[in-house]
Design a protein around this ligand. Sequence first.
Ligand SMILES: [Zn+2]
Ligand SMILES: [Zn+2]
Ligand SMILES: [Zn+2]
Ligand SMILES: [Zn+2]
Length: 381
Amino acid sequence: MALYAGPALSCSYCDVEEQQKLSERLLQVVASQCAIRKLSASEVLPRLRKELLPDGELIRASTSSAPSRGLALLEQRLEKAGSRKGWGDALALQFTSKDELLRRTSARVREVAAAREFNESARAALALELLQHYDCERELHCGERLEPSTEATARHKVHCVFRPVSCANDGCTAMYSARGEAAHDAQCGFKLLPCELGCSEHLIRSAMAAHTAGPCPNRPVDCPFKAVGCGAHVTQGELAHHLVEATPAHLMIMLEVFSQQQKQLNACGAHMTAQETLIIQQRAALEAAYSDFTAMEQKLQAAEEANKALRKDLDGALKTLSSVSKQQEAQGKRSAALAEDLAKLGTQQKTLKQHVHSELSKTTAECADLSIRVRQLESAP
Ligand SMILES: [Zn+2]
Ligand SMILES: [Zn+2]
Ligand SMILES: [Zn+2]
Ligand SMILES: [Zn+2]
């Protein structure tokens, strides 16, 4: 692997687009540090230079298969240099958030970009120096050793793949390295191209979509009679001719459609008449049902009144029943008293009977005594 041998003897071409990206990145890093430290670009730059291009550092190409070791290191250093903690923690607490730092950085960008010490060409020069220092794999710069003022050197300058070229397409201001020419041409919006749909026009790439979707005569369009059945495939440019040429066919289609619609209209009319009849029938049925309902309502009213009268009668009967029941109760009481009296009389009768019986027995005994005395007396001398 070749070693970087110093800018003076090397081809100074590098990848133009990468150089531009790196310039932008450097602008952001410087603006960020200006915002953090409240310094000007001229005060920040020497420190940044020292961080990114340390004295005596030599970056060697990687011996492993891992590519871009030097560029990865540059990326790390840029990341560190643009962060709050990049140059020590002392001032890190000035910002409460990353968003706040971004806001202040973007406010400083224009100011830094306008500073003479860090204008566009100064940034590009620093970017080139960084690429020459870190790109040891020569992915983004040439670094070819050139003898000054020789024919070989002049030839190299004309053929170097990193030589800057500007886009040849009219209106395009893009700059890139020669090796990126094909890639740029394949997507350059100013590239003049024949119409994608094959009409005679040539358009720049960025206008192609609007042309093919708009005025291009080769744009496929539907015949206005498609809705009624014309299946012709025509382009915008052919449409006028098709409309003239296919007039008889379109008329026939329209006639057919008209006749179909007439049939449908007739069927609709018949359907409507049937519906009307149905509505009249339903209305009559509804009216009959309504009059039935009214009659039933009247019957219900009469029944309610009869019910009321019945209820009144029932109340009267209930009252009568209650008084009868009271009378019955009194009668019952009287019956019970009579039964009691009857029982008492029974008992008295029984006692009387016993008394009579005992009196009778006594009288019978006295009678017997008397008869004995009588006999004694008769027998006595
Ligand atoms: Zn070169
Ligand atoms: Zn271009
Ligand atoms: Zn076209
Ligand atoms: Zn048609």
